[in-house]
Design a protein around this ligand. Structure first.
Ligand code: ZN
Length: 71
């Protein structure tokens, strides 16, 4: 039986990249063309004006980007 890593006990910074397994991340905001434009997640049932701002975590090694909402 393989023991699965427990995601609950790991911070995002310590969780390896799902693509390459690296832990070299850089965190950042997600913005549109203008610095004042954020990128949002908006659920299908949410109305216009609703949504959650996204932040991004880029893997330095494979350049994969994962998106997260803020707490
Ligand atoms: Zn990676």
């Amino acid at each position: 039986m393989n023991k699965q890593p427990n995601q609950e006990n790991r911070s995002l910074q310590e969780t390896p990249c799902p693509i390459c397994g690296s832990q070299n991340f850089v965190w950042g905001r997600t913005v549109g063309e203008s610095v004042s434009q954020w990128v949002y997640f908006r659920a299908d049932e949410a109305g216009w004006g609703e949504g959650e701002r996204l932040r991004a975590c880029k893997c330095i090694d494979c350049k994969n980007i994962q998106l997260f909402t803020y707490d």
